[in-house]
Structures are given as C-alpha cells and as structure tokens.
Design a protein. Structure first.
Lengths: 221, 789
C-alpha cells in the first residue's frame, strides 16, 4: 500500500491502540470517584448510588445557605443507594439502603488542641464510654459496638474506624460505619459515615466495605 | 511507458510573484503525517487529560478514567471527529476531480479569490501560521486548565509557575552537560580575546604629511577615507563606499606607516588587527575571533558611522591553495603582476585572458623566493582552519537583520524584518606577498581597491631624504641630495632612514657633528657592499681581478646607455671578489631589447676579457656573470619575443604545446643548423654571438681596460665619475685620468700586464712592480699602492 509506509507504522499502531482504548471505555464507569482535590481526600462509591442534593443536605444539617463550603469551612457530600436519594436517609430514623456522608471540616485554631480520637469517635453519635455516659439524648438507644480500630496511614495522619449500632427515635436498629481522620497539625477532620439498617448492612456488606476501604487521605500530594 | 509528468513544485511562490502553474484537477496528495497530525494532537491532548485525572485521584484506574474523560472531555472527541471528517473530505478531493472542483471553486472559490486579492501568498501564510499558533496555545490552555482544575486563562499563567517548579530538576539534568560545556565556552572566550586594538581619533599623531614619496597612493587612500567620512556623497548617487583596500609592495615602502596615517587622519575608530591574531591553538578559536572582531566592527560602525580595520601582514591569513595548475614555466617577466605598469597594461586583452595572465603572474610573478614557500602556505597555513573562510563570509556574506524584536517579534506578527543597517567598514590590508592572499579575498566587494606601494619615485626619494636629513645636522646641498636620490634607485623609506643614520654614525665616528657628502657615500657603500673584508690579494691575482672588473666597466661604459656606473671596486667582500655596480640615472619603467643585449654584453665582458688578456685562460669568477647573462638571454629568447621566435615559452610549457623552433627552413640551410633550433641552442647561439661582440669591443678598448685596471689596483674603489674620468682620460673627482692618455705610460701598463700574465702562468712572483699613478686628491693612494707593490 502506497500510503502506508514502514516508518508510519508506529503512528498507525498508536492510533489503533487509542481506538482500542476508546472501545474499552465504552460503557459507564463502575464507580463515582468522589474527591476533594484541595484537601486530598478521595473515596469511590458505586456508580449506582446517587448523589444527594447539596441543598437538601445543607438544610438537613441546618447550614446557612448564604455561605459556601469554603467560607463555612465545611465540605460535605452525600450519596444514597436508594432510588430517590434523600438527606433523610442519612439523618432520619431509618435507612433501608446504604447512605453515605463524606465531609472535610476545617478546625479552628483554638480548638485544635482538644481534638482526640474520642472526639473523632463521637463526631456524630456518642460512641466512647464517656460520651455515652454523658448522653442526654433519649432518641438514641440500643448502642452496640461492633468494631473499633485505630488507623495510622502515615504522614502524621491518624484516625479511627468504628462500627456501631443505634436505634434512632425508636426506629429499626441502624448500623453506622464511621471512619474519621485527623491530619498532622489537627487542622482538618475527614469523616466518612455509611449507614443503613442492620439487615441491609448484612446484605450489602461487600459494597459498604468497598466504599469504606477506598476512603483515602493524602497528607502530601 | 509514458514520460513522467513534471509536477509543479509545491509550496509557496517567491514573494511578489504570480502563482506559477494552473491549479491541478484534484487536491494534491497529502503526506501521511499531515493527515494524522491533528488527530494525533487531539488524541495526545485527551490522553493528557486522562492522565491528569488519574494523577489527581489515586483511586482512579485507567479504564474508569478513560470512561469518565470520554464523557467529561467529549469536546475533544468531537473535534477529533470533525478533523476525521475533514480528512475524509480531503481524501475524496484527492480522488475525485468533480468533488474537488465543487468544493474548491463553487463553495470556497469566492473566499479564496477574495483572500488572494487582499493578501499576498506570504501574508496569508504568515496569517495562517499565526492562527495555528494561537489555536495551539488555546488548546494547551484548555487542556492545562482541565488538568490543573482552573480556568484556561489562569492555566496559561500557571504554566510558567509549573515550569519554575520543575526548574531545579531541569537544571540538575542539564548541569552535567553545561558543566563540561561551560569550561570550553569559557576557555574559548578567553582565547578569542586579544590581537585586536582599537584606536579612537587623535590617539595617533601620524598624518598623511608624514608619508613621503607615495603621493599617488596617499591620494587614493585619502579619497577612500573621504567617502567613509562623507558616505552621502557617493551613496546619494547610487554608489557605495568602497569597502576594502589592499596595500602591497616591497618591505619598507611605508604600508604600515600609511595605515598609521589613516588612523591619525580619520575621524572614525581605527581597529588594528595583529598579524598573529588568527593563529589559533584550538580548532575554531580563529573563527570565533573573526566573528567577535566583526561583531565589534559592526557595533563601532553603527555607533560612529563607520570604522576602519587594518590587517597588517595580511598574508598571515593564508590562502586555500590555488585553483588553476601553474606549469613549471618560469616567471613571465619579473614583477609583471597584474597591478604593475610593466608593459602597457593588459587593457587590450580580453577579460578572460587578463584573468589568466593575472593568475599566473600572481603565482609566479613576484619572485622565486616566494614560490618555494608557496606550497606550505597553500592549503591553509597561516590562519587556517576555517579562519579565512570565516573572514570571507564576514567581509561579504549574508547580513542578518538585527535585534531580537526585529528578528522574532516582527516575524511573529507577520511582518518582514527590517533590513540590516549599512555597516560602513573600511578594510585595509597590507602585505608584501600579495600572491599569498586568497583569490576570493581580493575580489571586488571584499577588497575593492588594490594599490601597489612601490619603491618611491625619485621625487619621493628626494622628499624622503630631505625629511630624514632635516632631522639631523648635515651639510648636504640640494644637488648632492638629488644625486643621492639618483644613485639609490631602490631606496625605500626604511633604507633611507637607515642610510641617513649610518652616515650620522660615520660622522660621529670621525669625531664630527655634521654629516658631509663623503659620510653619505661611505654609508651607502657600507650598506650596499657590506664591510670590506680587508683581504690583500697577491699581485697577479689583484691584477686579474682588476682586469676582470675593468672589462665589465669598459663594456658597460661603451654599450650601456640606460645605466650609469655607480662604483667599481676590487675590494673583496663577503661574497664577491670585486664588482662594478650600475644604477639607472632616471626612473624608467620599460626595458628594451637593446638594453638587455648590452646587459648581456656587460656580463660576458669578463669572460671575453679574461680569455683575451690571459691568452685564452679564464677563471671561475665569471660564474655569476654567465648566470645572469644566460638568464637574461633565456628570457629574451623564450619570454619577451626578443629572439628569433615570438611565442612565450612559459605559456607553451604550461599548455604543453612545445616550443617553436625558429623560422622555417631557409634556402640552402644545412640540417645541422636546423637542428640547432631548440630553445637552449638558440640561447647558446645568442650568447655566443654576443661574446664575440664583447671580445671585439674589448680589443678596441684594450688600452682603456689596462688603464682602468691600473686605477683600480691603485685606488681599489672608484666612483662612477672616476671610472669615466679614467676612460675618457680627464680629471675626475679623486682620480686624474689624463695620465692614461700618455702613450709611454700605456706602454708601461702593457709591460706590467705582460709580466702579470707571465707570473700567472708560472704561479711566480711579479718581476716588476705596479707603475705609480696620479691622484687629484693626494699621493697617499700611490704611496700605499707602491708600498704593497
């Protein structure tokens, strides 16, 4: 063939490879790759789980809608395996499907010294014995601790992974899989919370485990 | 088989030229690389985005990154698709003339024509190039923005920052390279300094008025300087300032002095280049030197409106060997260089012939001494190693536009760079070996004017003598000065200065403060003959030498009208037994057959005389005489058309056509005579004829020969005037020649001669002593002569 000479071989091979890559890329990705590039936080969530509307989420927590993530020092996103994603699945009494909350919170200078691993454990729910003793909230009952591991991924980052059970407002018992990290100078708190009902947790343990294990913090880029 | 169709060359036509061929029926085929390069660019950009996403997220695998970017960066895919469509469109255009015609004429024809009307091909090319650059930058910005998670504009500004961050690494990598390179760069830079001095106006006090005896050359140089100072006078009329002068001539004639005067008179900076400046130790240093020299010259030329650069001893630049083969034929006449006035110039010859003559004259015209060295010089002795070539290029090569903004800025904006400014650099070179210069160096445009700085004319010599004598106390009258200038025909500024100094030394040695005429004569003899060896001849040998020299003098006096006898001596010098020196009484530039013949007669007189006076015996002292006689006879016969043939032997030899054998066979000519027609035989015949003539001349003047020999034996050295006085039998400056008119005295001289011949035969002592002579000055000469006798 006149138009395909030997020296053009590499170029043609490159094009063919590229085409192959494009073909391989046909179809949707299997995961949603959630990241906060500025704070170097990464987690992957199954693509079938949907993102919870940001406003919905902010309202549920009671954040001032006038402020944005950087000014309030809190970055958070929610994902829900339910067909209709809702912030209620995160904060309500029952979550029949897994729901995920991932957040990065800037810690003010003054309170950096008081942050401990227990502080991470008790970020959303009272988990440490002291916190449970001091717990005044009658809505939280039926506590059970399933796992509590201290994590030291390196670069001065330390964290704790706890799995516990609570009954919220008399609803069915809920499993909480919570991972919290504190960076080297205690200026940032990274949190990943996955919750669903105990049955769901049992049924979809593999998926949840996958999400939790992908939660990655990088102190250095 | 059909003849190959001549495809019109692709690409742009030259500026301001119409398109050279009718448009082809189909689109010209595109190289494969051109087909895929944009696709590749988009692919690469897209892959960079894929990679950037992966780099930004440690969890992201390649396949998912690809999938995500297929969605997120699909604009690139669309662009690639469009490009693919375009390429398919082009491919069809290359195959189908109709399709091509439809698109190129019906669809885009109007736009194309409008564009052509408004813009030249080059402008369109530049515009297209600029648009391409802008699009490339835009693509880079967008891709970088994606990768850096900012806006494209910010990404463009961040790019230098990224580069800056990577700089330490880049520096580390390049350090190894630069570490070595800098050593060489530094070394070369250091080595390429020096050898060049810059003088500014008024640094040098020499003026043109200090250059004596070379008025015609000075006048010309003045003219050059004038044009350099006022370039408008010639440039306004469409000419250009002559850029180069070569001064050549024998050593000591004032070339460097002239250059110095130029430096003193000009209002421009003057750069003096040492002869040794381009001798380099490392390959390439010479080139660097030339380049830095000319960079400096251009800078000076721009700042001061002109600059003069002087290369002293320009032959040190070397040459690259000769183009044409030069045959073994001898010089075509001494000093017949193209710039000489030897004949009537070569103006009546065709340009080609003149060039050929000039070449061969350049090669072998100047002197035998040089030819021996020419082989070494040829092939790049001297500066060598590209230095000469660099110089040639700098003298007249492409002139680059100046300045970064001009060269890159204007070009980037699609404008032609401004032409380089006029650098007015006057190159002056001086050499005494013009044939050692490279031919290309001497062509107009590099060296426009070639001036011979020859021996000064008589007026020039007088002026020079006056100049130097005015600096010392002397009693030389103008008439004596005139005579001095006459009897020193080849005096140069340097020798004149030396002669005056020697005369002063002679005067001081005698305890006097002022130079007198005898001091000058003594100094001249010392300079010309060297110090005498103070050897005493035995009597019979003294007589033989005196007779030998007297024969020369008599024949010279009788036959040679174009020369005057300057002095005759029998005092033994370092390389001669005695001599008769002649000088031309006036400046003369042509030589004639009669003169050459009398030259030969004078040379042969010694042999003829020895044979005649010593009964057929002769000495080896004639070897030098025969050498010059043979040489002149050879030139006459073979080169100057003064023999029986016309053609030039050197040309015949070079072209290998053989030499002619005289005129055709004459009536009744013997075969032996015909055989004697080879050049050597003709020369021998000619010398034989002239020897016979010399003999008859001497036979006629036998008494005068013996008289002059006697005067020489008594006085040892005679001035030209004394020689004439003896021959004419009158009273001279120091010798009274009237005594020799006495017949009885002549008879005594004959007796003395007969005794000398007898002693010569028997190698015995002389039976009688030298008859005493008479002097006009005092009797001391006789006294000493008698004493030795």
């Amino acid at each position: 063939m006149r138009w395909l000479r030997f020296r053009e071989g590499p170029a043609v091979a490159g094009l063919v490879l590229l085409a192959a890559a494009l073909l391989a890329g046909c179809g949707a990705p299997r995961y949603t790759y959630v990241k906060n590039s500025a704070d170097h936080m990464y987690v992957k969530i199954p693509a079938s789980w949907h993102s919870i509307d940001q406003k919905d989420l902010d309202n549920a927590i009671g954040l001032d809608p006038a402020e944005d993530a950087s000014s309030r020092g809190l970055w958070l996103q929610g994902y829900d395996a339910a067909d209709t994603p809702s912030a209620l699945h995160l904060f309500g009494s029952s979550a029949p499907e897994p729901a995920v909350l991932v957040s990065v919170q800037q810690v003010p200078q003054a309170s950096r010294g008081g942050l401990s691993l227990d502080g991470l454990r008790d970020f959303f729910f009272p988990v440490s014995p002291t916190a449970r003793q001091n717990n005044q909230n009658p809505q939280l009952t039926g506590f059970g601790l399933l796992a509590d591991d201290v994590l030291t991924p390196g670069d001065g980052v330390r964290g704790v992974h706890t799995v516990f059970r609570y009954r919220l407002g008399g609803g069915p018992p809920q499993m909480m899989d919570q991972t919290g990290y504190l960076n080297d100078d205690a200026s940032k708190v990274y949190l990943l919370l996955v919750r669903c009902s105990t049955t769901c947790y049992k049924d979809r343990h593999g998926e949840i485990e996958n999400v939790v294990s992908s939660f990655t913090i990088r102190e250095k880029p | 088989m059909t003849a190959p169709v001549a495809h019109p060359p692709e690409g742009l036509s030259a500026p301001d030229e119409p398109p050279h061929a009718p448009p082809p029926p189909t689109r010209p085929s595109m190289p494969f690389w051109n087909r895929i390069r944009l696709l590749l660019l988009f692919a690469v950009a897209w892959l960079i985005l894929v990679w950037a996403a992966m780099a930004d997220n440690p969890l992201l695998p390649f396949v998912d990154s690809v999938r995500i970017q297929l969605h997120d960066s699909q604009w690139l895919i669309w662009l690639a698709g469009l490009e693919l469509l375009r390429q398919v469109h082009y491919l069809i255009e290359e195959r189908s003339p109709r399709y091509h015609r439809f698109w190129s004429q019906t669809v885009f024809g109007g736009v194309d024509r409008a564009a052509r009307r408004r813009m030249s091909d080059w402008t369109r090319f530049r515009l297209a190039r600029m648009i391409k650059v802008v699009l490339l930058v835009a693509l880079f910005a967008v891709v970088a923005a994606k990768a850096l998670d900012t806006s494209p504009v910010l990404a463009l500004f961040q790019a230098p920052a990224l580069f800056y961050r990577a700089l330490p690494l880049i520096l580390q990598i390049s350090f190894g390279f630069f570490f070595i390179a800098f050593q060489f760069i530094g070394l070369f830079w250091l080595l390429s300094r020096g050898g060049v001095d810059t003088y500014y106006p008024d640094d040098i006090k020499t003026r043109f008025a200090d250059v004596w005896g070379q008025d015609h050359v000075v006048e010309r140089i003045r003219e050059n300087i004038m044009y350099l100072e006022k370039p408008d006078e010639i440039e306004a009329k469409g000419g250009y300032v002559p850029g180069g002068i070569l001064l050549w001539g024998p050593p000591g004639t004032g070339k460097t002095l002239m250059a110095e005067a130029v430096a003193g008179e000009t209002g421009k900076p003057y750069v003096f280049v040492d002869p040794g400046a381009f001798i380099n130790m490392f390959f390439g240093v010479g080139i660097l030197k030339v380049k830095s020299l000319f960079r400096k010259l251009r800078k000076l030329a721009l700042r001061y409106g002109g600059v003069i650069v002087f290369f002293d001893e320009a032959d040190s630049l070397g040459n690259r060997g000769s183009l044409a083969q030069v045959g073994p034929g001898g010089p075509t006449g001494r000093g017949m260089t193209p710039f000489n006035t030897s004949c009537h110039g070569a103006a009546y010859l065709a340009e080609d012939t003149r060039w050929m003559l000039a070449r061969s004259a350049m090669q072998d015209g100047y002197g035998d001494a040089f030819i021996a060295g020419a082989g070494m010089n040829g092939g790049g002795g001297g500066g060598g190693m590209g230095t000469l070539q660099a110089l040639l290029t700098e003298l007249s090569g492409l002139k680059k536009p100046r300045g970064l903004v001009n060269r890159w800025g204007r070009r980037a904006l699609g404008m032609r760079p401004k032409p380089p400014p006029k650098y007015r650099i006057l190159v002056m070179m001086a050499t005494n070996m013009p044939e050692a210069l490279d031919e290309a160096l001497l062509r107009p445009g590099r060296i426009d004017r070639i001036y011979k700085v020859g021996y000064p004319s008589k007026a020039g010599r007088i002026r020079t003598y006056e100049g130097y004598f005015d600096k010392v106390p002397h009693e030389i009258t103008p008439e004596q000065l005139d005579k001095l200038a006459t009897i020193t025909p080849y005096a140069t500024g340097a020798t004149i200065k030396d002669l005056v100094n020697e005369a002063l030394i002679t005067a001081i040695r005698d305890g006097r403060d002022t130079i007198t005429w005898p001091d000058v004569v003594k100094a001249k003899q010392l300079k010309e003959l060297g110090p005498p060896e103070d050897v005493e001849y035995i009597e019979r040998e003294r007589h033989a030498v005196a007779v030998h020299e007297a024969c020369h003098a008599i024949v010279a006096y009788r036959t040679r009208q174009h020369m005057e006898i300057d002095l005759a001596t029998i005092e033994k010098g370092s390389d001669y037994l005695g001599m008769v020196a002649s000088i031309p009484p006036e400046d003369q530039f042509t030589r004639w057959r009669s003169e050459f013949e009398s030259d030969i007669l004078v040379s042969l007189a010694s042999l003829a005389g020895e044979r005649m006076f010593f009964d057929g015996d002769s000495s080896s002292g004639v070897s030098g005489d025969l050498e010059s006689a043979t040489q002149v006879a050879s030139f006459m016969e073979g080169f100057w058309g003064m023999g029986s043939t016309v053609s030039s032997y050197s040309t015949a030899q070079r072209l290998q056509v053989g030499s002619p054998g005289g005129a055709g066979r004459r009536e009744g000519e013997k075969p032996e005579a015909m055989l004697r027609r080879a050049l050597a035989d003709r020369i021998e015949d000619k010398l034989g004829d002239l020897l016979v003539r010399a003999e008859s001349l001497l036979a006629e003047n036998r008494a005068q020969v013996l008289a002059l020999a006697h005067a020489l034996e008594i006085h040892r050295t005679l001035t030209g005037d004394d020689v004439e006085a003896v021959i004419e039998g009158r009273e001279g400056e120091t010798v009274d020649g009237s005594a020799y008119r006495d017949a009885e005295f002549a008879a005594r001289l004959e007796d003395y001669h007969a005794a000398a011949v007898g002693a010569h035969r028997g190698h015995s002592r002389m039976p009688i002593s030298l008859p005493p002579g008479r002097s006009t000055v005092d009797g001391s000469a006789e006294g000493t002569a008698a004493a030795t006798a």
